[in-house]
Design a protein around this ligand. Structure first.
Ligand SMILES: Nc1ncnc2c1ncn2[C@@H]1O[C@H](COP(=O)(O)OP(=O)(O)O)[C@@H](O)[C@H]1O
Ligand SMILES: [Mg+2]
Length: 274
């Protein structure tokens, strides 16, 4: 039964790549949004995906999570080739991403949002619905317990019965992250988890991401704030014009003239670290 399949990617082992992609391309009309992106995401680490606006970062995350199909190139999750797989199948292997709250989700309460988070549930199986109702009851109870625990951790527990649309911008960010956490991902992709968020909350979200790593979750995050990248990320991938320009530690990349020219220059010169 699918609900009891072992995930093909696990949280153990820190040396090899949990995800490898090679030569990914995606064009929209005449725009080559992704144009040969090739990189590895090391298991058990926090990796930042950085690059100028329009570099193709979000499109890469869309491709990796199966929300969008690449035109060419390949990707591997653990030992499984997942090129052009459907999103739900990729999620089943343990890859989860944050999504901006849709209109539908905005109408649900905070708690309901977590309970509706995408995951492989026993309730999806017709066999279970008809023949194992007690299993479903137990699972429902466990889901509520787990959601409650996550909401407490993320400081959203007191807001559990509020509609998501009533939350502040920062609280919405926390909810988006909590929904992903609910699915217990092995690899968690975050698209600008700290964008538009106040400095205190940036620090808090940084702490949550470090906690995820401590629990064995691999994180790939798109982030513009290089101060936070420097603080929490082990590894950085620089994307420019849809291509991987460089990978390494941020401190090394600061000395890479190509990187400085393409991206860091404008950031450093702007002097904002943003
Ligand atoms: N759904 C889409 N339809 C048309 N063009 C798109 C779409 N998504 C992204 N693009 C274009 O692809 C390029 C890369 O966009 P994106 O991946 O969002 O970059 P980033 O996240 O690095 O800012 C941009 O030129 C953008 O306008
Ligand atoms: Mg983007």
């Amino acid at each position: 039964m699918t609900s009891f399949e072992e995930p093909a990617i696990t949280r153990q082992g820190v040396d090899e790549a949990i995800l490898s992609c090679e030569g990914l391309t995606k064009a929209f009309g005449g725009v080559n949004a992704v144009n040969g992106a090739t990189f590895d995401v090391p298991r058990g680490k926090i990796t930042a995906l950085i690059g100028p606006n329009g570099a193709g970062k979000t499109t890469v995350v869309n491709i990796l999570s199966g929300a969008m199909k690449s035109d060419s190139g390949s990707m591997r999750l653990g030992s499984t080739d997942i090129t052009n797989w459907e999103r739900y199948k990729i999620a089943r292997l343990g890859l989860m991403r944050t999504f901006q709250l849709s209109r539908e989700l905005s109408g649900l309460t905070v708690l309901e949002n977590l309970l509706a988070a995408p995951k492989v549930q026993a309730g999806e199986s017709l066999f279970n619905i008809f023949f194992r109702p007690r299993l479903l009851k137990r699972e429902e109870r466990q889901n509520i317990e787990r959601a409650t625990e996550i909401l407490r951790t993320y400081g959203l527990y007191d807001l559990r019965d509020n509609r998501a649309r009533e939350l502040s911008g920062g609280q919405k960010k926390l909810l988006e992250i909590s929904r992903g956490v609910m699915a217990s991902p092995s690899l968690f992709l975050l698209d600008e988890p700290m964008a538009g968020v106040n400095p205190a909350l940036i620090e808090r979200i940084g702490g949550y991401i470090l906690d995820m790593k401590a629990q064995g979750v691999t994180v790939l995050m798109i982030e513009h704030n290089l101060n936070i990248v420097e603080k929490i990320c082990d590894n950085v991938i620089v994307l420019a014009e849809g291509r991987t320009l460089a990978t390494g530690r941020l401190s090394d990349l600061r000395n890479n003239p190509e990187v400085v020219q393409a991206y860091l220059g404008e950031v450093i010169n702007a002097g904002t670290g943003h």
